[in-house]
Design a protein around this ligand. Structure first.
Ligand code: PBG
Length: 324
């Protein structure tokens, strides 16, 4: 049937007609809110390049969680800053680290809230790389053991899910074995499987104080030109025990999200990263676009591409829109 018998505009005429044929549903259930914690008391430091994002001490983080829970957001993703950095990032697996304390406090106060922890070393190493150095090289295999220790320390604190973001080969398997070996077979793994070497992480590195002190992350994060390789990465991570696979960033990689969703039988997460957030905030602050509408369009687009869940600094604002 063609025009004039078929007129697509018929079902765009009113909001209820549009609702009936709407294909993609964005719900608060699919949102994960990233938060940054640091040692100390009564701290809420604004992150300059990310309006609305703060680094919290654990006490203030708990205050913040109240609003998150009230908005019915099911899950948070925690990043930590150490009191001291060293070559090996050893504070990353300290039981008294900011993340470990925040996890304990969060699970104590809000046992139902899903707590996911980012597992990486770049916030904790003096050189800012995501793994241990041998000379100027990030050494894969010696890093695995440390990452596994970090993951176990998070699970011991009560994390429901650990999310390795380092991009070392074999880390999902190493973490799965370590978790199982320590009695945490119920802790899930959300793997940053297709994590690209992206300039969109710029603002995050202010928030997490994790910029590499020399070089860049090209030797471990993926080349943005590749998507077949993303499928190989996802296949490896699923083989090693990933429960959820992630594509990151989201906006410049919507095709990768779709390919992963079509090809694999695991929930797919997409990370709407710091630069994607800050671009919108900056343009909105100039009055150049309608922030709420752009935010909802972006999140809906990421869902339409195939993401089952979205990690986003917009989670609270989006939850607010979705509830009104
Ligand atoms: C740590 C990590 C990064 C992000 C999440 N985990 C930064 C990086 O790889 O440099 C980026 C998140 C964002 O930009 O919002 N490896």
């Amino acid at each position: 049937m063609d025009f004039p018998e078929y007129r697509p505009r018929r079902f765009r005429r009113t909001e209820n007609l549009r609702r009936m044929v709407r294909e993609t549903v964005l719900s608060v259930d699919q949102l994960v809110y990233p938060l940054f914690v640091l040692p100390g008391k009564n701290l809420k430091n604004p992150v300059k390049s990310m309006p609305g994002v703060f680094q919290y001490s654990v006490d203030r983080f708990l205050d913040e969680l109240k609003g998150v829970v009230q908005l019915n957001i099911p899950a948070i993703l925690l990043f930590g800053l150490p009191s001291e950095k060293d070559e090996r990032g050893s504070e990353a697996y300290s039981q008294s680290g900011a993340v470990q304390e925040a996890v304990r406090a969060a699970k104590d106060r809000y046992p139902e809230l899903v707590v996911i922890t980012d597992v990486c070393l770049c916030e904790y190493t003096s050189h800012g790389h995501c793994g241990l150095l041998h000379g100027q090289e990030v050494d894969n295999d010696s890093t695995l053991e440390i990452l596994a220790r970090v993951a176990v320390s998070h699970a011991r604190a009560g994390a429901d899910v650990v999310a390795p973001s380092d991009m070392m080969d074999g880390r999902v398997g190493a973490i799965r074995r370590a978790l199982d070996g320590s009695g945490f077979d119920q802790a899930g793994i959300m793997a940053y499987s297709a994590k690209y070497c992206s300039a969109f992480y710029g603002p995050f590195r202010d928030a997490a104080d994790s910029a590499p002190q020399f070089g860049d992350r090209r030797s471990y994060q993926m080349d943005s030109a590749n998507s077949d390789e993303a499928l190989r990465e996802v296949a490896l991570d699923i083989g090693e025990g990933a429960d959820i696979v992630m594509v990151k960033p989201a906006l410049a990689y919507l095709d990768v999200i779709r390919r992963v969703k079509d090809q694999f039988d695991r929930p797919v997460a997409a990370y709407n990263v710091s630069g994607e957030y800050s671009m919108v905030k900056a343009a909105a602050a100039q009055g150049w676009l309608d922030e709420k509408r752009v935010m909802m369009e972006i999140l809906t687009g990421i869902r339409r591409a195939g993401a089952d869940m979205i990690l986003t600094y917009f989670a609270k604002e989006a939850a607010d829109v979705l509830q009104s």
